[in-house]
Design a protein around this ligand. Structure first.
Ligand code: ZN
Length: 300
């Protein structure tokens, strides 16, 4: 049974951030090289050596953490040098997460983007934990909250924050959904179909539900997501919320923003809804658990 002293990804990242703060190094973007050098001097890396990360170019792998077969105390991190810098940072933080959380139970970790969907359950779990560690380490909640409280949420702000924290826009959007107090929904489209959607806490509390089409879900009529002529809409356009949400009565509006990635095949929709009173009724909880079930790499 998991006790309260169990080391969770969140707690591990928080401890590391505390240590950085104690030496006056809690600055953005988080200095991962410093973290790597520091870890073996902390209880999280006792007796181990964490070598300098090595860039490699290989197939579908994002990164790996590997124990030296000749020296079990020595660990090496490898990362895909062909990906964008912010993606590499996320991968490095992810591998540091395996080092802190999982190295006692595994000798090597080979991390690709899809294993979080298709891997065995234990594999999915440790991949998700390493991702959670990475986002907590790279985007400390307190620092993010300071920057979004009272601010108008749009892709301009998110783009600035992504740059400041040294993460991808997508990673920052997912993190925002966790921390914003507004009713917000993030939808990720992959080749025209919904790959996932996440709701903020207040969206969950007020039972915001997207209108469903077929499975897999396609963009809804009268939304920017469905309008192929609109490639980017970073400020957002106000519209009746029921265009998107079956849960919202007429009169409630939302602001829809759209960001298309350069490849054109991946699109983020961000919805910020007018506030509403929490809705509570019997049977709640079950369906709300769906949001995070699919898991998701944060580092795209
Ligand atoms: Zn991994």
């Amino acid at each position: 049974m998991a006790g309260s002293d169990e080391l969770t990804p969140f707690k591990a990242a928080a401890r590391i951030l505390d240590w950085l703060e104690a030496i006056g190094e809690l600055t953005l973007p988080i200095n991962l090289d410093l973290v790597r050098q520091m870890l073996p001097t902390t209880p999280f890396g006792k007796g181990a050596v964490l070598l300098e990360p090595a860039p490699v170019t290989w197939g579908s792998s994002e990164g790996a953490l590997v124990r030296n077969p000749d020296n079990p105390n020595e660990w090496g991190i490898f990362y895909n040098a062909k990906t964008r810098p912010e993606r590499q940072r996320f991968t490095l933080a992810h591998e540091l997460g395996h080092f802190v959380l999982h190295r006692d139970s595994h000798a090597s970790f080979n991390c690709d983007k899809e294993s979080i969907y298709t891997g065995a359950d234990t594999l999915k779990l440790i991949e998700r934990e390493a991702d959670e560690f990475a986002s907590n380490l790279l985007m400390p909640g307190d620092l993010l909250r300071q920057r979004i409280t009272g601010k108008r949420i749009d892709f301009h702000l998110l783009g600035e924050l992504a740059k400041e924290f040294g993460v991808s826009l997508e990673a920052m959007c997912i993190r925002l959904i966790k921390f914003t107090e507004q009713r917000a929904v993030l939808v990720y489209w992959d080749y025209g179909f919904m790959k996932y959607h996440w709701r903020s806490q207040s969206a969950i509390r007020t039972r915001v539900r997207l209108r469903s089409t077929d499975d897999p879900q396609e963009p809804l009529p009268d939304t920017l997501a469905a309008d192929e002529d609109i490639v980017q809409e970073w400020d957002g356009i106000q519209m009746p919320a029921y265009h998107w949400c079956s849960s919202e009565p007429p009169g409630i509006t939302l602001r829809e923003m759209k960001h298309s990635f350069p490849s054109g095949n991946r699109v983020l929709s961000l919805l910020v809804l007018e506030s509403a009173a929490p809705r509570d009724f019997a049977g709640s909880g079950r369906e709300d658990a769906i949001d995070n079930n699919k898991g998701r790499r944060y580092g795209n």
